[in-house]
Design a protein around this ligand. Structure first.
Ligand code: 3PG
Ligand code: MG
Length: 404
């Protein structure tokens, strides 16, 4: 993979695909880790006299402009961190974007509005994606892929643009892949994976891949309920997503293999995330029908911490509960503490998980590596080819040919 250092960027317009999909409460960014993570690449390009066009998705809007998903807070925060204003175009590839890019001088920076306001960005139709990629590519001379958190998505700005412009990987993508290689080559064992979080349907298939790699898989957070339901337990009002048959298959597969798949044995429940009623701890197999599981319980936290204490390699994706609500943060804090205290190589993967450890007061250097991509790092560890990385690896000459 070529890197930013291999590109002649002075005086060139460079389209940078970043992952600025940060957690936002109203208009307030609650964790700016992903924005900080793209500063090395943006700083280097600007210092070397490039004109930088930053693009990203935010959330999952319905393929049309939606003010609830504007990148305005991210542009403002990036401006603060760079110490210069970052103007935001009112559209992604429309008249506002084209005018902003046309006015851009070397050393200048502009941000395009949310890529996912355009149906072409995420389309499964190659022609529609390609047409949108053509428009994006027409805004720049060079392309830098630095949105690590999105490299598992076959999206126009992640893959198709790289086939249309000379391209390179940004420093974040480089650093993330280097860290992930430590979890795929010469793994120090025991290798323990902790899974939680809310994007269960996305991440459930990863369990199948990890059964061939990890020694133990500890499951808590939103992901636990799908497995509990697959075992035939009621989960009350708890988050239930994903294919129960697949979950049952993974449980059977684990039972037949040397891999220990451990479900959180107890869970903290309440009437709802923000409900005023009491918080109670119940066995995971006995969640009352009118209660919602919102954190792992103390027995689970103790069990997970004990398993983690003997690990030599740990990968953690997904909070153990609704950590944003203090009374449901204990499980996530216990897992973070266990990683921080461990002598193992530890990786915390995913925007939400990174935001959780930051919110709970753990500095990045308490861990071996804090990844900005949850889904992306999981799919990498599963051994899948990530479309965004493959696109960056592909030869430039193909890009040059298609541009002619
Ligand atoms: C993330 O936050 O995991 C990345 O930004 C990817 O977002 P997505 O899951 O909506 O594609
Ligand atoms: Mg995420």
């Amino acid at each position: 993979m070529k890197t930013v250092d291999d590109l002649e960027v002075s005086g060139q317009r460079v389209l940078v695909r970043a992952d600025l999909n940060v957690p936002i409460d109203g208009t307030r960014i609650t964790d700016d880790g992903k924005i900080r993570a793209c500063l090395p690449t943006l700083g280097a390009l600007l210092d070397r006299g490039a004109a930088v066009v930053v693009c990203s998705h935010l959330g999952r809007p319905a393929a049309a402009p939606d003010p609830a998903y504007t990148l305005a807070p991210a542009a403002a925060r990036l401006g603060e961190l760079l110490g210069r204003a970052v103007p935001l175009a009112a559209d992604t590839v429309g008249p506002s974007a084209r005018a902003a890019v046309a006015d851009l001088a070397p050393g200048g920076v502009v941000m395009l509005e949310n890529l996912r306001f355009n149906a072409g960005e995420t389309s499964k139709d190659d022609a529609l994606r390609g047409a949108f990629a053509d428009e994006l590519a027409s805004l720049a001379d060079l392309y830098v892929g630095d949105g690590f958190g999105a490299v598992h998505r076959r999206h126009a700005s992640v893959c198709d643009v790289a086939a249309r412009l000379p391209h390179a990987a940004g420093y974040l993508v480089q650093a993330e892949t280097a860290a992930l290689q430590r979890l795929t080559r010469d793994i120090q064992r025991p290798y323990v994976v902790v899974l939680g979080g809310a994007k269960v349907a996305d991440k459930l298939p990863v369990v199948g891949g990890l059964l061939g790699q990890a020694d133990q898989i500890l499951i808590g957070g939103g992901m636990a309920f799908t497995f509990l339901a697959a075992q035939g337990h009621g989960v009350g009002l708890s988050l239930l997503q994903g294919d129960l048959d697949a979950a049952r298959g993974y449980l059977d597969q684990a039972a037949r293999s040397r891999v220990d798949l451990v479900l959180a044995p107890d869970v903290a429940v309440a009437g709802g995330r923000d409900a005023a009623g009491p918080r109670e701890v119940v066995p995971s197999a006995a969640i009352p029908p009118d209660r919602m599981g919102l954190d792992i319980g103390p027995e689970s936290a103790g069990l997970f911490a004990a398993r983690l204490a003997t690990a030599k390699t740990i990968f953690w994706n997904g909070p153990m509960g609704v950590f944003e609500v203090p009374r449901f943060a204990d499980g996530t804090r216990a897992v973070a503490r266990a990683l921080a205290d461990s002598g193992a190589f530890t990786m915390v993967g995913g925007g939400d998980t990174a935001a959780a450890v930051h919110a709970l007061g753990f500095p990045d250097d308490a861990f071996g590596h804090v990844s900005t991509g949850g889904g992306a790092s999981l799919e990498y560890l599963e051994g899948k080819t990530l479309p965004g990385l493959a696109a960056l690896q592909a030869d430039d000459r193909a890009a040059a040919r298609s541009a002619r």
